[in-house]
Design a protein around this ligand. Structure first.
Ligand code: CMC
Length: 428
């Protein structure tokens, strides 16, 4: 017999189904509670609420486990290519060679963006944040492909939209960078891999061949894989909820980019480097900053520390910390900020405040140091996160559509004024 939960409300007992996942994760299904009892549940920030059943990513925050479609993140980061992981997330299984070739070829064919989009770039201020540009540009792609707005289109059409967005995001990101620099745009080179192509569009010149450094390319591949999905985080939930209204995929991804931008989510990678720079320039020791982070009357937090679900360690941070050492070594870079990061980690991890709350470095703590070593400017860090997270967003959107999930529409407990009559302005 399947398990049930019993809840007593106003003296009446209600039996609620219990759902058990493949890793024995358990949930009480409260979807019919309101119609039966008049009660809803409340959980600001969805700290204890499952919004869906999902077969994409498994995350065990207590034990620091992260798997995409069952494959441990450590193995994928070590052995796979980013597009192979994208295929895995979206399609559900690792591709064989033929499937991978089809996927890579299709994406490679769609890397160009419409020339008319150049005029959008010209209209942004030269110091516009690239995340704002990227979110706008991805939303505007839907106007170039109006068929994507039809929620009843064929599976092939939907697949084409997915490939287009994966293909065009790096092109748009690199164009945003070139525009900010006032440099000529470098077009995609379809003879290169996904990551090589991005690097040449970022750092190449239209007039000469760009030689991709394999150390840089490998590090980028690893970083993108580590960011590729993270189950129902803020941006993935945003993509699912926007998509649940049957808005087109471009709009849902654009909303995901906007959600990612915030410093409590993907924007933390930029905030970490800015924090470490401030600490370096301050020159006043680390304890002061740890104390500030603990002081409840001070809004300062240690950026790159803490996570909603990881309370032991973030497995991505573990891989990235090692990668940061390897990349800086291989490129012969001595970045004092890496030393400050390590010292800060050591001080914070010994501090009872951080121990008690399970606050550990997260994925964003060391990723910025690698991005810097690769030559990526600070305000492009969150853009890198977005490029990595894109296959996850697409997989989450696709799963939501395929499962026929209803439109996302939470309820609330109203705490405002009771019924009252309109008062004429002369009497207020
Ligand atoms: N520095 C100092 N104190 C912190 C920090 C921090 N970075 N993070 C959490 N706390 C404290 C917080 O003040 C609270 O203390 P108390 O229980 O005394 O009120 C306790 O730890 C729990 O924090 P919370 O804000 O309730 O936890 P949350 O799950 O709502 O927030 C978080 C998670 C990631 C937003 C938060 O840890 C944070 O703001 N971290 C810094 C920003 C950051 O690095 N974000 C990137 C997350 S990883 C990338 C991604 O997937 O988005």
């Amino acid at each position: 017999m399947s398990e049930t939960a019993r809840i007593i409300l106003d003296g009446k007992e209600y039996e609620l189904p219990v759902i058990v996942g493949t890793e024995d994760e358990k949930a009480i299904d409260i979807s019919k509670l309101r119609s039966a009892s008049g009660y809803i549940t409340i959980d600001p920030g969805f700290k204890n609420t499952g919004s869906c059943k999902s077969a994409i990513t498994y995350l065990d925050g207590e034990n620091g486990i992260l798997r995409y479609r069952g494959y441990p993140i450590e193995q994928l980061a070590e052995k796979a290519s980013f597009l192979e992981v994208a295929y895995l997330l979206i399609k559900g299984d690792l591709p064989n060679q033929k499937e991978l070739d089809w996927f890579v070829n299709s994406i490679t064919k769609h890397t160009l963006v419409h020339e008319d989009m150049k005029r959008f770039f010209e209209a942004f201020p030269t110091d516009a944040h690239p995340m704002g540009i990227l979110s706008s540009m991805i939303a505007s792609l839907s106007t170039f492909y109006p068929e994507s707005q039809n929620p009843n289109r064929s599976i092939e059409d939907v697949e084409l939209t997915m490939h287009r967005v994966i293909a065009k995001l790096p092109t748009l990101a690199a164009q945003a960078y070139k525009n900010n620099m006032g440099h000529p745009v470098v077009y995609p080179n379809n003879g290169l891999s996904y990551t090589e192509n991005f690097l040449q569009m970022m750092f190449g010149l239209p007039t000469e061949d760009y030689k991709v450094n394999p150390v840089v390319n490998d590090a980028l591949n690893k970083l993108l894989i580590l960011h590729a999905d993270h189950e129902q985080n803020c941006s993935a939930s945003t993509v699912r909820i926007v998509g649940s209204s049957q808005a087109n995929l471009y709009s849902a991804i654009s909303a995901g980019i906007a959600a990612l931008w915030g410093p409590l989510h993907g924007g933390a990678n930029q905030a970490v480097i800015e924090m470490l720079e401030t600490i370096k320039n301050d020159g006043g020791g680390l304890q002061k900053w740890v104390d500030k982070a603990k002081d409840k009357s001070d809004s300062f937090r240690l950026m790159g520390f803490g996570h909603r679900v990881y309370k032991n360690f973030d497995p991505r941070a573990k891989i990235i910390k090692k990668a940061a050492d390897d990349v800086l070594d291989a490129l012969g870079i001595d970045d004092p900020v890496l030393e400050i990061a390590k010292e800060l980690e050591a001080v914070a991890l010994k501090d009872q405040y951080f121990v008690d709350r399970g606050l550990y470095p997260n994925v964003d703590f060391y990723s910025g140091i690698i991005y810097r070593a690769l030559g990526i400017p600070t305000d492009m860090f969150t853009v890198m996160f977005a490029i990595g997270r894109l296959p996850g967003w697409i997989a989450q959107w696709k799963e939501m559509v395929e499962m026929g999930e209803p439109i996302g529409r939470p309820r609330q407990v109203y705490t405002g004024a009771n019924d009252r009559n309109y008062v004429d302005i002369s009497n207020r």
